[in-house]
Write a protein that binds this ligand. Sequence first.
Ligand code: 13P
Length: 337
Amino acid sequence: TPIRAGSYTEELVQTAKSIASPGRGILAIDESNATCGKRLASIGLDNTEVNRQAYRQLLLTTPGLGEYISGSILFEETLYQSTTDGKRFVDCLKEENIMPGIKVDKGLVPLPGSNNESWCQGLDGLASRSAEYYKQGARFAKWRTVVSIPCGLSALAIKEAAWGLARYAAISQDNGLVPIVEPEILLDGDHPIERTLDVAERVWAEVFYYLAQNNVVFEGILLKPSMVTPGAEHKNKASPETIAEFTLKMLKRRVPLSVPGIMFLSGGQSEVEATLNLNAMNQSPNPWHVSFSYARALQNSVLKTWQGRPENVEASQKALLVRAKANSQAQLGRYTG
Ligand code: 13P
């Protein structure tokens, strides 16, 4: 039995299990309005609520999406939006057996006293916001904090990232939301893969230390790690097999078996790279559900196909299904290209 008997404990364990179900992963579309604006600008569209709604409607009404997708992370605006026919997005997801999730952090700001690093805001009022999100249908949450290797990663930045994630996780669980724990280690830098492994081990050690101190129920969380890769500007690229080897080494050294699911972020990898790397990790059995929670690696070709044109919606939804299915197969270790 879990170590902390809050009123939601059983439900949290069930929610996490359902998200971590075989052959499925998370569609992350929780871009803040500013970030969504950048995506829309890339296809020449203005950052208006109408355009954001149209884009999210395209994604969330894709027929058959639930075969490959078990959860979708939304931005607050999207959680309260409906289709142009008046159907709540939350209900579109439920019909496909997809859990609605919500980004609850308030973004990054400079961390004074550090090496020009950042910390993640959003704990103030989090309990009441989480209770409202639950009422609206959300069943899991996400908090993304960031550490940067080229900044010279300070002990202060790691501690702040880990403590913030742990406080958020405890508050989420108290309000019925499964917390996705996401300390993103940015790809930036020219360091070798061994350096990323070292940093990831330090970060996850501290995250689990504070999760335990905060009495978080490990059976009711999900992780969203970065894969262990060389820095994006490193002279050599690593193969999917090498990335899988280093990433699994890190997970085995740092992640308790009670954690049900590891849902990787794509972090700027191309769509195909992200699929191949996930597939490599699932070539041999591992103790967790190792899957995806991709934003860019599920959306890049959708956006390109859509171009903001109603007549392209169907083709764009097909493009989404192509990536979702490929990652579903990669989750099962059966992606063949
Ligand atoms: P990417 O997969 O684009 O890195 O997005 C990660 C993320 O945190 C979105 O929820």
